[in-house]
Design a protein around this ligand. Sequence first.
Ligand code: XMP
Ligand code: MG
Length: 183
Amino acid sequence: MRAADIADQLSTVLVTEEQIHAKLDEIAARVAADYAGKDLLLIGVLKGAVMVMADFSRALPETVPMDWMAVSSYGAATKSSGVVQIRKDLDTDLHGKHVLIVEDIIDSGLTLSWLLENFASRGAESIEVFALLRKPDAAKVHVDCKYIGFDIPNEFVVGYGLDYAEGYRNLRDVAVLAPHVYS
Ligand code: XMP
Ligand code: MG
């Protein structure tokens, strides 16, 4: 798709690539200090967290293992169903690990609260969450999230890993998808 066509499908850029990278550096410095001397494991939630995991993990000063979980609660729709399906499980035993879940976005919070319960039952030493984006007005359940990149309005966003029907993930900024695309 050409750049002009893509621009027509977005209404507002909410977070730019530069803002994302500055924020990732800031959070990486906090995480490095908070987890000094600890057995840290990053767990990314596929597929949305691919970009944030790639850039965040490389902003950390030390090498760190990462694992991936694929869950699905949306299908091709733009609202969470709350029904979480595991599509790919972890490869790592969580016993004794300090887990940091790396998420693209907390919307209703349903996916993450389900993941937190699931991981808690696997013997992790600690579990915290880093979400690049959060929609405070969309929360259906409260989720304790230690590291937050940006609070954004309750609109469907795409880019930087976030998709609509698998499109737009490779946009560098986070933008609001124009309603005419999905309505
Ligand atoms: P919940 O509602 O369970 O969201 O907190 C879980 C997952 O849904 C995806 N999600 C979005 N994807 N634009 C997207 O492209 C959005 O605005 C959006 N809101 C939620 C995302 O993968 C999140 O982890
Ligand atoms: Mg997703």
